[in-house]
Design a protein around this ligand. Sequence first.
Ligand SMILES: C[S@@+](CC[C@H](N)C(=O)[O-])C[C@H]1O[C@@H](n2cnc3c(N)ncnc32)[C@H](O)[C@@H]1O
Length: 220
Amino acid sequence: MKSHTLREIAGSFPSHWDRHYAASKLRTDPLYEALAADLAASDLPLLDIGCGIGLSAHFLRSRGIDVPVHGLDYDSRKIHSARQAATSAGLSGIAFEAHDARKGLPDHQGNVCILDILQFFDPEAQETLLRLAASRVAPGGLLLIRSGIRDDSWRFKITVAGDLLAKATRWMQAAPTHYPTHEDFERILSPFGDLEIRPLWGKTPFNNHWIRFTRRASGG
Ligand SMILES: C[S@@+](CC[C@H](N)C(=O)[O-])C[C@H]1O[C@@H](n2cnc3c(N)ncnc32)[C@H](O)[C@@H]1O
């Protein structure tokens, strides 16, 4: 598999806006490094729920992580861009599909990631999605989540403002609906496996956290 620098990844996107977004996001957000670090030792396929323009898949390939990736997003413009960029970059083993995660998840057994999308779901839909996602994780596999966490911090207020701005500029189709708490993740996921939650905001002002769930062999 060819190795692409972050600049080459950004250059594979067809529109100027996506190229600019990809370059800036990959350069400044610690998200993709965290994902690659946790997936480096696994050969399980990955289901990427709310994959956007597919930056995770590109980044994983750039780190030599060659597992099959199935990306889902309900924004068909982003899926179209993701497909074009993957083809342009010569990536293989990657499928992008237009799909609304509120309508369920496809069959999958492996690792799963949910990166920066939970805030678009109401509390009930979040719980349903987390349970469904956990059920798609193979025993010993990982569910990796990045989410803003609802708490009393100034970072949380800036997170909400940033998501409202993304909606106002039409980068996101939806405004944020609800942010889960630390306790929500514990309550919903810990019956099925082991959970670790740590800050993952890097140099950004957002209240982003990394939620790492490992499914127990006998869990859920
Ligand atoms: C902030 S972006 C994150 C994109 C990608 N996960 C990343 O981190 O590079 C959130 C994505 O979630 C998608 N999304 C929101 N609600 C969704 C739903 N119900 N089903 C599928 N995708 C959804 C949006 O279209 C958007 O691409």
